[in-house]
Design a protein around this ligand. Structure first.
Ligand code: AMP
Ligand code: MG
Length: 322
């Protein structure tokens, strides 16, 4: 489309989140196709209903390998690889703990320490067996549960981008409730807001501008509950079974694929600023923006995006040498 064209927004609620698609064309039929595609993938991957391909694997835990479709197998392969990285805080078998904590759902409360200790042995990624040839996934212990909640949106955002590309769309943005994927380079780039932790719904720390990149944020303010004056958020530390506790309020990853963004937000969230920046030095395509509880905004590097600070209670710490 020519520069200065109108942007058309299409919204829906899917995967329990508000979804926004932006196109430079008035094309409701295409938007409906995109929402249908998202729903199809949600139906394969969800663990919030009794039935899905992932739930079939969970129901057969300790009993039998389960054949899954190629995209689900690929996603589980990626999730398993990220879970097996040394000292990784990403864990695809975190399901039993997520289900017990119920963070962000009705009835959430701090489980007794004894229960957490009982659940931890059911969250060992080493006990997931993939068979490439048969296309099967086997959870070798009973009561194990895969949970792809940390990466399903990133995976789906990439599929939407690929689909739009195939349809000949040159510029688009899809926001899957915090996972943003962009296609093309409209004049001035795509601007994505960086949310202010625990602020009003539309309050921003700053604005990130990208072209052809994904922007994924994981934050402790997204889903949490409070008990006895303490906050418990939805990203769990697989080593302890409790929410990860460090200096961070949020981590944003800018990358080509949203799946990478989704995996790396969890990995880096678990590492903190210093270790995270050290690791990202060897990953040129992956860049992080950390927002700390001390109201600092820290970049691992900034070659794929530009950033404008909007809230001057926050302090920009650029070109981190951490
Ligand atoms: P995100 O919003 O992408 O940060 O993902 C959060 C979701 O990932 C949670 O609601 C859980 O379903 C799941 N989850 C929580 N802790 C972990 C973890 N340590 N590793 C993998 N997935 C997790
Ligand atoms: Mg994620």
């Amino acid at each position: 489309m020519s520069s200065g064209s109108h942007v058309y927004g299409y919204s829906a609620v899917l995967m329990g989140s508000p979804i926004l698609l932006k196109l430079f064309d008035n094309n409701q039929a295409l938007a409906s196709q995109v929402f249908r595609l998202i729903k199809q993938y949600e139906d394969l991957l969800t663990v919030n209903r009794a039935q899905s391909e992932v739930m079939n694997i969970n129901h057969a835990a300790g009993r039998a390998p389960v054949t899954v479709s190629a995209p689900v197998f690929e996603l589980i392969r990626c999730a398993l690889a990220a879970s097996l990285v040394k000292d990784s805080c990403f864990n695809l078998t975190i399901g039993p703990l997520v289900k017990r904590w119920r963070i962000g759902f009705k009835g959430d409360s701090v489980p007794p320490a004894g229960e957490i200790a009982t659940l931890l042995p059911r969250t060992r990624p080493e006990q997931v067996i993939l068979d490439d040839e048969a296309g099967t996934v086997f959870l070798t212990q009973p009561d194990m549960e895969i949970d792809l909640g940390a990466i399903a949106k990133g995976f789906i955002a990439d599929r939407v981008r690929d689909y739009l590309k195939l349809q000949g769309v040159e510029q688009a943005l899809i926001n899957l409730g915090g996972n943003v994927q962009t296609l093309g380079s409209p004049p001035g780039g795509w601007t994505v807001g960086l949310k202010k932790p625990f602020g009003e719904a539309d309050a921003l720390v700053g604005a990130i501008t990208v072209e052809n990149k994904s922007v994924v944020t994981s934050g402790v303010y997204e889903r949490y509950f409070e008990q006895d004056g303490r906050r418990y958020h939805h990203i769990l530390d697989p080593r302890t079974g409790y929410p990860l506790d460090n200096e961070l309020d949020s981590v944003t990853i800018i990358s080509t694929d949203s799946l990478d963004g989704d995996i790396w937000t969890t990995l880096i969230y678990g590492m903190g600023v210093e270790k995270g920046c050290a690791l990202l030095r060897h990953q040129p395509g992956i860049e992080a923006i950390f927002v700390t509880k001390q109201r600092e905004v820290i970049f691992s590097s900034a070659s794929q995006f530009s950033f404008t600070l909007r809230d001057f209670d926050y302090r920009l710490v650029t070109g981190s040498t951490a």
